[in-house]
Design a binder for this molecule. Sequence first.
Ligand code: FMN
Length: 203
Amino acid sequence: MEDKIKICVVLGSIREGRFGERPAKWIADELKNWEGIEVELVDLKDYPMPFFDSPTSPSMMGKKYQNEMVQKWSAKVDGADAFIIVSPEYNHGYSSVLKNALDWLSPEWSKKAVGFVSYGSASGARAIEQLREVAIELNLVPIRKSVHIPWDFIMKTWSNKDISNAELFTPLRKSMGPDHLADFVNDLVWTAKALKEARKKGQ
Ligand SMILES: Cc1cc2nc3c(=O)[nH]c(=O)nc-3n(C[C@H](O)[C@H](O)[C@H](O)COP(=O)(O)O)c2cc1C
């Protein structure tokens, strides 16, 4: 039987009343129905790590960390084949909690696929472009497609807290082609499978 591709949907905003919880939950719920995928919503709120202060680079530490929370984070990332990173855009960049979580690890990210989701006045485009550069340095493999959520979706949530995630986001699936979410996930899974096979062969 073919191994399932394990995808972590990483929620990169930890602030009170965050919008990010909406798209992260929506995508994780959608992925639960996808064949061949095992999905987990990973909330950085559950991984309160110190600001990166390691005397040694994580690329030289062989996954051996002193801090218990970093050990827990390392195990979570290590067990995944691919990531969907959901990030807010703060001051034209991605969130600092996300950068900290990325910097704490190194080999755990290596040769794995990543796709990005963001939102904001420029649909999170600036945050995602910055994330791509950092991902490449971590030896992650970013896919071309991403999910960009326009500002009016955030506003709809503020003005109507009762709106369900499906009501809010289903129109987005059609807004960038026949089914943008499916295209995004299929590309991520394709890349994740190819990388998993290659990792198994030790390539
Ligand atoms: C400190 C801060 C900086 C922000 N900077 C930007 C920005 O540069 N571009 C943008 O589109 N939205 C910006 N916003 C608005 C956010 O997109 C909006 O608050 C969004 O809800 C943040 O995501 P979160 O609620 O998941 O944390 C900023 C918000 C905050 C709190």
